[in-house]
Design a protein around this ligand. Structure first.
Ligand code: FAD
Ligand code: FES
Length: 253
């Protein structure tokens, strides 16, 4: 059930260039799933006016805490980055439909790009807990933007790519994907639309689930700000309430 809650910041730290790790505590954590997101009123007043969508990156039900990983882009995320332990933030969530983890039986490949990497972390944790082997392919612009390499490596084989070659393999995630064995049941991916399109084309014969990002207004299916065209009979879907995760080949990115 969607809740609106004032959650308490328990930790915030800068983990890479313009990338922050923010942990908050509150009751809604109990119903969170990997791939879902929250909609945050980042300022204390109504500035900025609109909430900002951020993915759920890690869930700790024992402590009633969850963690977000976000990049400072503009006013909303700048205000969020100033929050400190003990501050309260206005959170709406959990929102959307997450990754169908039951589709993975033995082995899954997780492909993330930039700020699309965060939701894959909780997914990898939960798949590992179910005994599913996970292979991670994570793409970033440059070495300074890389985050959670160690955290993913603990969970399984992890490949890092950077566009400028300053860390890991030079190039895009597809360079690594071309070399990987295809003996996996399913792939999951989150990142910019051109990356998702490339992933979908490369793994055209495999079962996959993609998480899309769109500019959002309400976050709950009421304003149509986030519609995307589809290949199926629906014609259009709302990323916030029908997604953000969709089976591969459904959304026209
Ligand atoms: P603004 O001033 O609003 O915008 C600054 C720049 O960011 C502009 O260039 C704008 O075009 C771009 N931008 C704004 N919103 C989006 C968006 N939705 N998608 C792509 N570009 C955008 N970001 C993270 O860092 N970590 C996450 O885990 C994360 N999860 C997301 C999950 C969902 C379902 C969606 C839709 C977006 C997610 N984003 C995530 C993107 C995040 O919502 C935006 O970066 C944020 O809203 C920017 O707000 P701002 O006020 O700082 O910047
Ligand atoms: Fe309002 Fe999706 S953001 S319908």
């Amino acid at each position: 059930m969607i809740q609106k809650e004032w959650m308490t910041v328990t930790n915030q730290r800068n983990i890479a260039n313009r990338i922050y790790e923010l942990t908050v505590r509150g009751g809604m954590v109990a119903s969170m799933e990997p791939g879902q997101f929250v909609h945050i009123r980042t300022g204390d007043s109504f500035e900025p006016l609109l909430r900002r969508p951020i993915s759920i990156a890690a869930i700790n039900p024992e402590k009633s805490e969850f963690t977000m990983l976000y990049r400072v882009e503009g006013r909303g995320t700048e205000v969020l980055a100033a929050k400190r332990a003990g501050d309260k933030i206005d959170v709406l969530g959990p929102l959307g439909n997450g990754f169908p983890i039951g589709e993975a039986k033995q082995k899954a490949v997780l492909i993330g790009g930039g700020i699309g990497v965060p939701p894959l972390y909780e997914l990898a944790c939960q798949l590992n807990a179910r005994g599913v082997e996970t292979v991670h392919v994570l793409g970033f612009e440059t070495a300074e933007a890389v985050f959670y390499e160690k955290e993913f490596s603990v969970l399984g084989e992890t490949h890092i790519t950077t566009v400028d070659g300053t860390h890991g393999i030079k190039g895009f995630v597809t360079h690594v994907m071309n070399e990987l064995p295809t003996d996996f049941d399913v792939y999951y991916s989150c990142g910019p639309s051109p990356m998702l399109k490339a992933v979908e084309e490369l793994y055209v014969d495999k079962k996959g689930f993609l998480s899309y990002e769109q500019r959002m207004g309400c976050g709950i299916g009421a304003c149509f700000a986030c519609v995307c065209k589809t290949n199926d009979e629906r014609d259009y879907v709302k990323v916030c309430s029908d997604g953000p995760v969709f089976p591969a080949k459904v959304v026209v990115a």
